[in-house]
Design a protein around this ligand. Structure first.
Ligand code: PMV
Length: 345
């Protein structure tokens, strides 16, 4: 190995999984992965370099909303060539810097350069984490390019090194990210649940496309260090995870919705209590949440979840969509299980 490639725990992990498998094939490789929304949230790392979580989490994929990555080897280039949604990015742009650092984990030698074209099939302002689907798609494309032939859980480990929630975007459907116990993270990966729910729907209520005040990495570190409620988070997650798994098996929307909503609110409560407070909701967020509560009080089965941003995501079944559209006319509705066969192919 060329010593000039920066050595790190993450690179050691990447090299270990790919060892003996590197067989560069000429040409390029392309992959698409769906994004995901956590029903039981990931909030807090036990290892910041390897993105190892304090607790497990569980998500559902976002159907046709995801990212595509096309990767090729770039001979004789000074740097990687990275484009996003059809536009080539300056090497110093935050996205290009983050992706090039991630690609460092996989360069056979320090002079090795990649060309990466990524595109997101979701409105970037809708608050759907395109980093999860983006890193997952990059890893699956690298697997194709180098011919590693890794299994889903190994791809999940590599995607996790780019962004924690990307570990849940290698496979579609309901995915549980096992926290693991090992310090090298080899037991921390996403596992797809053997359950489908064709009528399950996600709705995006876009209240703001503005940049969030604090990114998830810094916010997690701050909350873990300063929130007086952080100690209650891991046991809350363990309990909610068991309940959500049960709700998925029984296709019990009320149990799933109520538990996912309570879990998201518990995460936001611990954020609010950190010092200084990490506060993502806007007035429009609270108005949307009130409308969900009123709908429910009127007998409409709808719940919400919310990540590190101001845009709530609605959780409901197909039969409720028409009613919700009268209250949220701009609702973007996603069917996580609609294109599973395509995603699996
Ligand atoms: O994977 P990250 O570092 O973008 O963190 C994601 C954190 C949340 O979206 C708030 C929760 C989750 O489980 O996706």
């Amino acid at each position: 190995m060329n010593r000039a490639v920066p050595e790190s725990a993450a690179r050691r992990c990447a090299q270990e999984l790919a060892r003996g498998r590197v067989a560069v094939v000429p040409g390029s490789a392309r992959a698409t992965c769906a994004a995901n929304i956590a029903l039981v949230k990931y909030w807090g790392k036990r290892d910041e370099t390897l993105n190892l979580p304090v607790a497990p989490s569980l998500s559902v994929s976002t159907g046709t909303w995801g990212s595509t990555a096309e990767i090729a080897v770039l001979p004789d280039a000074a740097g990687d060539k990275i484009s996003l949604n059809g536009k080539q990015l300056p090497a110093e742009s935050p996205f290009a810097v983050r992706l090039s650092r991630f690609l460092d984990l996989f360069r056979p030698d320090a002079r090795f350069r990649f060309s990466v074209e990524t595109a997101n099939a979701m409105p970037t302002a809708a608050g759907f984490a395109s980093s999860a689907s983006g890193f997952a798609a990059v890893v699956v494309a690298l697997d194709g390019l180098f011919g590693w032939g890794l299994r889903a859980r190994e791809l999940s480990i590599l995607a996790r090194l780019g962004s924690g929630s990307a570990s849940r975007s290698i496979e579609p459907g309901f995915v549980e990210w096992r926290a693991g116990k090992r310090s090298d993270g080899m037991d921390s990966f996403g596992v797809r649940l053997d359950a489908e729910w064709p009528g399950f729907r996600l709705g995006a209520v876009v209240v703001s496309g503005a940049e969030k005040p604090m990114g998830s990495r810094a916010a997690m570190r701050h909350c873990k260090a300063t929130s007086p409620f952080y100690g209650a988070w891991p046991p809350t997650v363990e309990k909610d995870l068991r309940t959500v798994r049960r709700a998925i098996c029984a296709r019990d929307m009320e149990l799933l919705g109520a538990t996912a909503e309570a879990n998201a609110l518990a995460m936001h409560a611990l954020m609010l209590a950190s010092r200084p407070s990490v506060f993502y909701p806007l007035p429009e967020t609270l108005a949307a949440i009130r409308r969900v509560q009123e709908l429910r009080a009127g007998g409409v089965p709808v719940w919400f979840t919310m990540d590190a941003g101001p845009n709530p995501k609605l959780l409901f079944e197909a039969g409720t969509e028409r009613k919700l559209r009268t209250v949220f006319p701009k609702l973007e509705v996603l069917a996580p299980f609609d294109d599973l066969s395509q995603a699996r192919a």
